[in-house]
Design a protein around this ligand. Structure first.
Ligand code: NAP
Length: 245
């Protein structure tokens, strides 16, 4: 039983471990974006497939019996590829996407649909902005010549950055005390983040809540249209779905 896990997340690594323990032969696929990735157990392949057709060919050539899209909820292109390749090959697809964060009393969230919208609000209304959005979508913020941006990401961004910025290279996980210290120390008056969900990076939300700092929350893109994927929120749920298949 050969499964393909499209990975790049902690949940994908956990799922590879669980499935190997249940006798699956697992190949995990990574995009190859970070120089020093955490590797899952089992076989690993790195790099793009060449779009949906390339992915479908790979699935066919490697006798894949199930595809699990365990990529980050904001990785839209690979999820679209997975949906199209599943339809083209007839191989079942399970989407493992952790639950989004939900606001709780005390939160001051400003939900937005795009990074452009987040950048407009940040530039217009705030002065010391904490950006935890990764390094690939910083361009809209680079247009702001006035305000200070504290940018935290795993690897050094290659795109242009705002004129006034401080860069923090760190992978996390982060704790609430550390996040509060960072926010107070940099006089942060706004946090901009994506609704990734999960525990590993949730401490910043608790820190912002306790300091009364507003959070510009970029909401998730929708799942690819026309997908026949079955959705799971945890690796254990995926195991249950596999047993029912
Ligand atoms: P993306 O925009 O959806 O993907 C761009 C292209 O990269 C895809 O078309 C595909 O190339 C290749 N690719 C992406 N994920 C791949 C995978 N797991 N295996 C093989 N090829 C992959 O994705 P992204 O937002 O750049 O994210 C890249 C990876 O980082 C994802 O695997 C994701 O799980 C992880 N990640 C993303 C974020 C985020 O915020 N976006 C955060 C944490 C981790 P081809 O078309 O050539 O197949």
């Amino acid at each position: 039983m050969h499964a393909l896990i499209l990975g790049g997340t902690a949940e994908a690594r956990e799922l590879a471990r669980l499935m190997m323990g249940q006798g699956w032969w697992v190949t995990s696929s990574l995009a190859g974006r970070v120089a020093n990735p955490h590797l899952p157990v089992g076989e690993v392949r790195i790099g793009g497939f060449g779009g949906p057709a390339g992915l479908a060919r790979w699935i066919f050539d490697n006798d894949i019996e199930v595809i699990i899209d365990a990529t980050h909820p904001f990785a839209e292109k690979i999820s679209t590829s997975a949906a199209e390749a599943a339809l083209a090959t007839g191989v079942p697809l399970i989407s493992l996407h952790r639950k989004p964060w939900e606001p709780v009393p005390g939160d001051r969230w400003l939900p937005v649909a795009s990074m452009d919208e987040a950048a407009s609000i940040a530039a217009r209304d705030y002065h010391h902005i904490f950006l935890t959005i990764g390094r690939q979508q910083l361009a809209p913020f680079a247009r702001d010549p006035h305000n200070l941006y504290v940018i935290r990401c795993v690897e050094k961004p290659t795109a242009p950055l705002p004129a006034r910025h401080r860069l923090i290279l760190s992978r996390g996980p982060f704790d609430v005390a550390g996040e509060k210290e960072l926010m107070v120390g940099n006089q942060i008056d706004c946090l901009v983040t994506k609704n990734s969900g999960g525990q590993l990076t949730a401490a910043k939300l608790e820190a912002a809540r306790s300091l009364g700092i507003p959070v510009v929350m970029v909401e998730r893109p929708p799942l690819p249209g026309g997908s026949r994927a079955v959705v799971a929120h945890t690796p254990v749920e995926v195991l249950r779905l596999l047993r029912e298949m």
